[in-house]
Design a protein around this ligand. Sequence first.
Ligand SMILES: Cc1cc2nc3c(=O)[nH]c(=O)nc-3n(C[C@H](O)[C@H](O)[C@H](O)COP(=O)(O)OP(=O)(O)OC[C@H]3O[C@@H](n4cnc5c(N)ncnc54)[C@H](O)[C@@H]3O)c2cc1C
Length: 198
Amino acid sequence: MEVAAYLTEKAHSVSVVELEETPFRRFLGERVGRALMKMFENNRVKFYMQTEVLELRAQEGKLKEVVLKSSKVVRADVCVVGIGAVPATGFLRQSGIGLDSRGFIPVNKMMQTNVPGVFAAGDAVTFPLAWRNNRKVNIPHWQMAHAQGPVTCLGSQGKDPELACSRLRQACWGTRARGQALGAGANRQFPRVPQGRT
Ligand SMILES: Cc1cc2nc3c(=O)[nH]c(=O)nc-3n(C[C@H](O)[C@H](O)[C@H](O)COP(=O)(O)OP(=O)(O)OC[C@H]3O[C@@H](n4cnc5c(N)ncnc54)[C@H](O)[C@@H]3O)c2cc1C
């Protein structure tokens, strides 16, 4: 989405193709996702939602058209692929360290795995977030990974730290959106603030 925002000042037109009904829905929730979508639409970004890319058509080695599952054909010179990431935790499968169905490592609030003395932190984990009734969430943000390091240290010393949520920011079109990442499906405020303020 940040690439899309950046390109609106460079490209003739910018389109976003998305599997979900609303961008950011799984991470920030429906309401926040819709607000962000509106902001993008107001800046000439066209959305093709609930569909996916089937084919990239080229002529003389250059991209010409993007064919969507919905049969729509979008003319394009450049296609930027941003389809997420999965944790590379396959090597743990025989280790005894528990993984969930998506390959994330579930930890408790001290970042302990199911194996005593083994801790995990960062993008690869799901952890209980107090603000969400200790629901296990995965928040793939640098600030979150950074915060989980000290929590791991404190947890390994038998202390009982509590992990807060992760702040995130997005800078688009001279405004900065700032919010709290609370994991899948949360509907938290994501206010826009003028440039220069955080
Ligand atoms: C394109 C992109 C843009 C992003 N933008 C932002 C942003 O604007 N703000 C923000 O907060 N976050 C952003 N993130 C997310 C942020 O980068 C991650 O949340 C953060 O890097 C997670 O840190 P980590 O240490 O958990 O994992 P990583 O930074 O992914 O580090 C994991 C390391 O482990 C190594 N590794 C993997 N498997 C093995 C193995 N078997 N043995 C040894 N080493 C291994 C990898 O090579 C890697 O170096 C972005 C991520 C991407 C991909």
